[in-house]
Write a protein of this length. Sequence first.
Lengths: 228, 248
Amino acid sequence: MSEQLNSIKLSNAQIAWRAAQDIEDGEYVNLGIGFPEMVAKFQPEGREAIFHTENGLLGFGQAPKEGEEDWDLINAGKKAVTLKPGASFFHHADSFAMVRGGHLDVAILGAYQVAQNGDLANWSTGKGGIPAVGGAMDLVNGVKKVAVITDHITKKGHPKLVETCSMPLTGVGCVTRVYTSLAVIDIKDAQFVLREKLADISMDDLQSFTGAKLHIENDVTDLIVPQL
Amino acid sequence: MNKIQSSLSEAVSQIKDGATVMIGGFGGSGAPLELIHALIDTGAKDLTIVNNNAGNGDVGLAALIREARVSKLICSFPRSADPKAFSERYLAGKIELEIVPQGTLAERIRAGGAGIPAFYTPTSFGTEVAEGKPVEKFEGRSYVQERWLKADFSIIKAFKGDAMGNLIYRMAGRNFNPLMAMAAKHTIVQVNHVVELGALDPETIVTPGIFVNSVVEVSNPQQEEILNREGAYYPPLNAPLSNNEAGA
């Protein structure tokens, strides 16, 4: 079945596109490093979010051309960025005052596991190696809406949406919405509530790839994204 | 008053074995690369280093770690494009690591500089990072107590500075630098430009000189990202031994 899944599931770009549709004009947004950074590319026309990066910059734009990088002008992923009109610089304590103080509207992060009560595990597999937390624990405890974008299952076919996280937690009860390669799921009253799913997957199959019960509140709509 | 020092080696000469040293920067941005290299040249060891990262490649903080000068690292994110200097020593059990969430790290340093011994933050509540720390409820929500962080020395980078130690920074190179300037007994700054007293507009000064002890000009600072692309290595492998090393 997981081979069949590969033919219908959304690509990372498509997951990022879907997440971008929910960002309103003028919202202050932090995108996690790596895959979540892709969300910035898919802002709907006529809307402009202001992007925050932990290392002290609001209002950055896309990457410069190769050879035009200024290495004092980078994002949290240590990638060179550019400035948009109205951008500002600030030190790290002010940057995290924005984060913890509830001034940012949206944070979009990746995940190893998300539990039905909104617990997030995304910083350590708990299997040794070198731990690295960065700003994730601050973001999940301070930003108004914390969303996750992720494949619905791991490469080995295990559910990433689970009853209880088995990996070390990043935050407790912090995630409110999950955009996966198969569905859009809200977390409400410590339950997964299914909002959208791909038309090509049955409810039973989707449930079988999900580690906790999917609840249905209102109509479930088709998850429709463009070819990207 | 004149805080200007004539050389990098003079600026770092007071840093001795066993010191706690905060190093500014986020990755290479705002990192005082020349001061770190001068610190390597002193031979000071058994250092506790506070930095957001753990170095990248074979220059700067990575070189300080590779040269076995660091016994403990306090940081939020010890990964990079090329983290082998840290990874090898960590996995061999030769360096202690204290992982601190990035915002908590910034606030602990700020608190250290501001005379606040402890504070409560929502960050890390319910995670293994909070184990053993006091938790208290405020307005129905749980918060974790964190302690201030202070240092014997901070070595930081700014864009312009004057003889009183007033500083402005460049772009996102500001990051941890103004916080670390406050949190050490002795703060050493490398600036791209030393300017005349009065040349910096008092309205735009980010770090007032009261937090700064020494200023040294490095007019064309090297950039970690560019050195790493070139495969640079510090100290240079084919360089003649300095008097200091020859005598050691």
